[in-house]
Write a protein that binds this ligand. Structure first.
Ligand SMILES: [Zn+2]
Ligand SMILES: [Zn+2]
Ligand SMILES: [Zn+2]
Ligand SMILES: [Zn+2]
Length: 432
C-alpha cells in the first residue's frame, strides 16, 4: 500500500481546480481494505462529499455502433466520414479536431502509424484512454501508480492486441509498462467494462479514471452515490444517508439488486476480495430477502435463504421449519421461474409479462427475489418508452412495480441513489 499521505498530496493537486478549501473528506487507513475515504465532519443526506474530475478518459468503443462517437467530446457523429482526416485513426468531430486535446492524441497516434487510419477499429479507439497516460505530467502519472492495480495475467493483452493495428507501435519497455499498468488500474478502479459499474442504472460511453473515487472502498449498502455533470464529465459524490464525522465513505461495485451469492462471486472474480459488509453477513439481506426462495416442503410457508459462507453453492435453510437443502435443490425453483419469465419476455407481448409478474410469478418465487426484481426493472424501462400492447390497467402496474422496488430498497437501508431517483420519477409519472 502506498502511504495515504503521498496519495492525499497527489489527489489534492489533481483536485486543485475545484478550489475546495475545506474538504469534507480525508484519506485514511480503512478497516475494509487498505486506504479509504473518511468524512471530516457530519454530513446530511444529499450533501456533496466531494467532486472529482477524470484523470484519464477515452471512448469505450465496446460496441460497433458506438465507434462513431467523437474521441474528445463523445458526441455521436454521422455514420460516415467521422474519422480524423489527418490519418490518426481516431473519430473526431470538426470542432474537437481543432482542440489541443486532439492535437496531442493525433500526434501520438500518427507517430505509431495506424495500419488503416480511415477504418474505425475498436481496439485502437479503446487504447486512446490508455495512450493518454503517456502525456500525463509526472505527478499525474505518480497518481495513476498510487492506485490499486490487479496485475493479473490478462492485463497485458489489451496493449498487445491494439499494437497489431499500428505499423510502428513503440517497443520501449517503459512506455509499454506505463500503458499496461494503466490498463490494470482502469480495470480495477475505473469505469471500463460497463458491467463493472452499471450498478446504479448508469451506463457509460467512455472509460475513465476518477482518482479520488477510485480510493473509495466497497459496501453492498453504500453510504454515498455519484452523478456526473453533463458538460464537464466531472463526478459529484453525495451522501446517500446522514453520515457522522469520521465515518468511512463507501460506494458499491455491484448492482444494488443482486443477491448475496451473485455479489460474492462477482466481487471475488472481478475485484479479488471477499465482502464482509453487514448485508453480506446477513442471510436475509437485512430482511429484504433478495436471494430468498420458498421452502422446498410444500406444507411449509417459510422462506429459505442461502448460508453466508461465501461459497458459490452454499447450503440453504428454511427460516420456519429449519429444513436444510443443497444449493442444487433450491435453485431448481428459481431456474423454473426465471425460465418462465424469460419465455414471456421472448413472446414479445409486454402485457403477458406484466400479467405474469402481477398475478402468477409469486406462486413460484417470492416477489423479493432478484429474478422478479430484474424483470420488473425491464418492464418499467419498457413502459417508460411505450405502452406496447398494454391497456390502462396493465400500464398502471408500472407505478406498483416501482413502489415494490422502492420498498425493497428501504428494507435494505439504501438511501438516496440514482436508482431511487429513477424509480421515484417513473412512479410519479403514473400517479397524477
Ligand atoms: Zn467532439
Ligand atoms: Zn487526428
Ligand atoms: Zn457486502
Ligand atoms: Zn420450511
Amino acid at each position: 500500500m502506498i502511504c495515504p499521505k503521498r496519495t492525499a498530496e497527489l489527489i489534492t493537486l489533481h483536485l486543485a481546480p475545484f478550489k475546495d478549501t475545506d474538504p469534507a473528506w480525508e484519506i485514511g487507513v480503512s478497516k475494509i481494505a487498505g486506504r479509504g475515504i473518511f468524512t471530516t465532519r457530519e454530513l446530511k443526506r444529499g450533501d456533496i462529499i466531494f467532486r472529482d474530475s477524470p484523470l484519464l478518459i477515452g471512448p469505450s468503443a465496446r460496441a460497433e455502433d458506438t465507434l462513431n462517437s467523437c474521441s474528445v467530446c463523445f458526441k455521436m457523429l454521422p455514420d460516415t466520414k467521422f474519422m480524423c482526416r489527418q490519418g490518426c485513426g481516431l473519430p473526431v468531430c470538426s470542432l474537437c479536431g481543432k482542440k489541443q486535446q486532439h492535437k496531442a492524441d493525433c500526434t501520438l497516434f500518427k507517430s505509431w502509424k495506424p495500419c488503416e487510419p480511415d477504418v474505425a477499429n475498436s481496439l485502437l479507439i479503446r487504447l486512446l484512454c490508455v495512450g493518454r497516460a503517456i502525456n500525463l505530467s509526472k505527478d499525474q502519472r505518480d497518481l495513476v501508480y498510487c492506485l490499486q492495480a490487479n496485475l493479473d495475467n490478462n492485463h497485458r493483452t489489451e496493449v498487445r492486441n491494439a499494437a497489431k493495428g499500428f505499423h510502428e507501435f513503440p517497443t520501449d519497455k517503459k512506455l509499454i509498462e506505463i500503458m499496461n499498468r494503466t490498463v490494470a488500474v482502469l480495470r480495477t478502479n475505473g469505469f471500463d467494462e460497463t458491467s463493472d459499474r452499471s450498478n446504479d442504472n448508469q451506463e457509460f460511453l467512455y472509460r475513465a479514471l476518477f482518482p479520488l473515487f477510485a480510493i473509495m472502498n466497497h459496501d453492498c449498502i453504500p453510504n454515498s452515490y455519484y452523478t456526473f455533470e453533463d458538460k464537464t464529465r466531472n463526478m459529484i459524490v453525495r451522501a446517500s444517508v446522514d453520515i457522522p464525522a469520521g465515518t468511512e465513505v463507501t460506494t458499491t461495485y455491484t448492482k444494488l439488486f443482486t443477491g448475496n451469492i451473485a455479489r460474492h462471486l462477482f466481487l471475488k472474480m472481478k475485484k479479488g476480495f471477499t465482502c464482509k459488509c453487514s448485508r453480506c453477513s446477513d442471510s436475509t439481506e437485512k430482511g429484504a430477502f433478495i436471494s430468498a426462495l420458498y421452502c422446498r416442503d410444500t406444507n411449509c410457508t417459510g422462506l429459505a435463504v442461502p448460508e453466508t459462507t461465501g461459497l458459490p453453492h452454499p447450503n440453504w435453510n428454511c427460516l420456519v421449519c429449519k429444513q436444510k437443502s443443497t444449493h442444487a435443490q433450491m435453485v431448481k425453483s428459481q431456474d423454473f421461474a426465471s425460465g418462465a419469465i424469460s419465455s414471456k419476455f421472448n413472446s414479445k407481448s409486454l402485457k403477458s409479462v406484466v400479467l405474469y409478474l402481477r398475478d402468477k410469478s409469486s406462486s413460484f418465487i417470492p416477489d423479493s427475489n432478484y429474478v422478479v426484481i430484474d424483470a420488473k426493472l425491464q418492464v418499467i424501462a419498457r413502459l417508460s418508452k411505450s405502452r406496447e400492447d398494454c391497456g390502462d390497467e396493465e400500464a398502471a402496474s408500472k407505478a406498483k412495480f416501482c413502489e415494490d422496488l422502492l420498498e425493497i430498497m428501504d428494507k435494505l437501508g439504501l438511501g438516496d441513489c440514482v436508482m431511487r431517483t429513477y424509480l421515484e420519477t417513473e412512479k410519479a409519472k403514473e400517479v397524477k
